[in-house]
Design a protein around this ligand. Structure first.
Ligand code: GLC
Ligand code: MG
Length: 617
């Protein structure tokens, strides 16, 4: 028989084991802690590990946003005006393009004095465009194709036909203070004049007399676009309800129209000081220092309120990114734009590629080429607040088309820039096929702005119907009276032709770029300008452990042969991933061929996106 163990011995043995195992636990724990302590900073410091994984990006950072001007995109009922069913019938275009988000300019009931930017009912669809069930169909079909839909939110002003304005004008409660009303100034001779010298963006006084109410009301744009009074909490709530109405239907985001103008100073009687800019016209706001009528700080709280509404729709438990997007429209410096990031906008529109290009032309008489474009881009990145995401735009319904501004030769090149920068690009409909502005005589001018200031101020030229094919009216409508003329070049500038041609076309280049954009280096990788001279614009996009890309474009007027010194790019060869159409069609470069980086010959307008071979190869 085995001797029985002394219970104390047993205890001792047990304790010892326990002790041993505790010690072991402690040791394991300490080991782990030390491991974590050592590895965390290592992970944080290891650039390659950090960059290997895609950062946590929202859907609106990964997509191209495509702006549809509903009047001009596709007509489905042959009345010469585009509509929602028309848009629904064309959604496959975006799958072809690899575009994942569309933004629709206004389709709400409107007397169309500013073509929909004068809303008479925020929660319905204008009969010209269809009805709410057409909208729901469009949204459902779009979502079924993995397309996000952003709508225009004309926040600052309604149409004077809006019932709110009618009721405000006749002082019906609770609408009396829905708009900005003021008595005006009584002169010694008893005539009543405007309260102050505030000017409308569309010209002349922004104060309009109402005979009915016997007061002036304020309008930042047309007199028929009275500005809402956001100092009235009921108005604030009404407009939040408008957002809720569309979010409840499943809309993915809003583009807020003309944000700087939604509020004005409380002191309606204070004149604005002159700013003495040489070119300013006294009937336009630029003649004055507009701090009383533009970007007043109180707008911050309003935007914050909208952010809260949008965030209340975000479902964070879900893997699918349900965040609702807000982009606000303003033409201003980075410093002013950045305030809107702070207020809660995901992005303030950055129009620097539009304005820098135009201003450069006005000052220098030639268009903004490589150095000027680089400076404009650097200015955006240099002023971007930490953690915020950039965006770029080339044109829209208020600005000339890229082809008309830069010249046909450079169309692919500017699309190449737009789609290879770090930041969300917005493409105006038709830019993917290189559409050009139409000519509209003064007689035929539709835009109120053009009617008032002459055809050169008109925005009709860039709003002409989308060119789908070479049928009558480019496949936009069967009516013989499209609301604006189709550009005569539609026989060869159209989607169908550009898709099916055996040639390389602007559309195919756009699509190649849109697909390549999903590469990590192009989506979130760093951007570094390499060689830039008066002709050549070039930059490197790189995310570690992923293929890097070099973009090279000749924005000059003469052919150039460029040598990339090894030190900058550090690779011998590049593989052509995208090539602009003329360079491809004239046989200068072929997709997937290899190009020695020491000898890149580019004609004006030629551009390449090159995938770089591994270092040393
Ligand atoms: C925005 C729109 C423009 C419109 C104006 C007034 O700037 O983009 O088209 O005329 O607001 O609503
Ligand atoms: Mg129609």
């Amino acid at each position: 028989m085995a001797p029985e163990k002394d219970p104390d011995e047993l205890k001792k043995g047990f304790c010892w084991k326990l002790c041993q195992s505790r010690l072991c636990l402690v040791l394991v724990f300490l080991g782990m802690a030390a491991g974590i302590a050592v590895s965390v900073p290592m992970v944080l410091l290891s650039k390659s590990l950090r960059e290997r994984f895609a950062p946590d990006m929202k859907w609106w950072q990964k997509t191209i946003v495509y702006q549809i001007y509903p009047r001009s995109f596709q007509d489905s009922d042959d009345d010469g005006v585009g509509d929602l069913r028309g848009i629904t019938s064309r959604l496959d275009h975006f799958q072809y393009l690899n575009v994942k988000t569309i933004w629709l300019s206004p389709f709400y009931p409107s007397p169309m004095r500013d073509f929909g930017y004068d809303v008479s009912n925020y929660v319905d669809v204008d009969p010209k465009f269809g009805n709410l069930s057409d909208f729901d169909d469009m949204l459902k079909t779009a979502h079924g194709k993995d397309l996000r839909v952003v709508i225009d939110f004309v926040a600052g002003h309604t149409s004077s036909d809006h019932p709110w304005f009618q009721l405000s004008q006749n002082r019906t409660s609770p609408y009396e203070d829905y708009y900005i009303w003021a008595n005006g100034t009584t002169l010694p001779n008893r005539t009543i004049v405007e309260p102050s010298n505030w000017m409308s963006v569309f010209g002349n006084s922004s104060w309009q007399w109402s005979d009915e109410r016997r007061q002036y009301y304020y309008h930042a744009f047309l007199a028929k676009q009275p500005t809402l009074n956001y100092r009235n909490p009921t108005v604030v709530e009404e407009m939040k309800n408008v957002i809720r109405f569309w979010m409840d239907r499943g809309v993915d985001g809003i583009r807020v129209d003309a944000i700087p103008y939604i509020m004005v100073s409380e002191d309606y009687y204070q004149d604005q000081a002159r700013n003495y800019t040489a070119t300013a016209v006294w009937t336009k706001p630029a003649y004055y220092i507009t701090n009383l009528t533009k970007n007043v700080p109180d707008i911050g709280d309003i935007v914050k309120g909208w952010r809260e509404v949008l965030d209340s729709y975000e479902d964070s438990d879900d893997d699918d990114d349900k965040s609702r997007f807000m982009i606000v429209e303003l033409y201003d410096t980075p410093e002013v734009r950045n305030r809107y990031f702070e207020y809660g906008a995901d992005m303030p529109f950055n129009f620097d590629l539009v304005t820098a290009l135009d201003n450069h032309y006005q000052v220098h008489g030639n268009f903004c080429a490589a150095i000027c474009i680089r400076d404009a881009i650097n200015n955006v990145y240099d002023n971007l607040p930490k953690g915020k995401w950039a965006n770029f735009v080339l044109s829209n319904h208020d600005n000339r088309r890229a082809a008309s501004r830069m010249g046909e030769l450079y169309v692919d090149a500017v699309n190449m820039v737009l789609l290879t920068l770090r930041g969300t690009p917005t493409t105006y409909y038709g830019e993917e096929i290189g559409m050009e502005d139409i000519f509209v005589s003064y007689q035929d001018t539709q835009d109120p702005f053009g009617k008032k200031y002459g055809p050169e101020k008109s925005r009709d030229p860039e709003r002409s119907p989308m060119q789908w094919d070479d049928n009558k009216n480019a496949g936009f409508t069967n009516s013989s009276h499209p609301w604006l003329a189709v550009h005569p070049n539609y026989t060869h500038v159209n989607v169908e032709w550009e898709k099916n041609s055996t040639n390389t076309t602007t559309l195919k280049v756009y699509r190649d770029l849109a697909i390549l954009r999903e590469e990590p280096s192009l989506q979130y990788g760093l951007l570094k300008f390499t060689d830039v001279n008066p002709d050549i614009l070039s930059y490197l996009r790189s995310a570690e452990e992923h293929p890097h890309f070099l973009v090279v474009i000749n924005f000059g007027q003469v052919p150039v042969t460029h040598d990339f010194p090894g030190a900058l790019v550090n690779r011998g060869q590049g593989r052509v991933k995208v090539v602009t159409s003329q360079a491809a069609n004239e046989g200068r470069f072929a997709k997937d061929s290899s190009v020695p980086l020491t000898q890149i010959k580019l004609q004006p307008g030629d551009g390449l996106v090159l995938e770089l071979a591994e270092s040393g190869k």
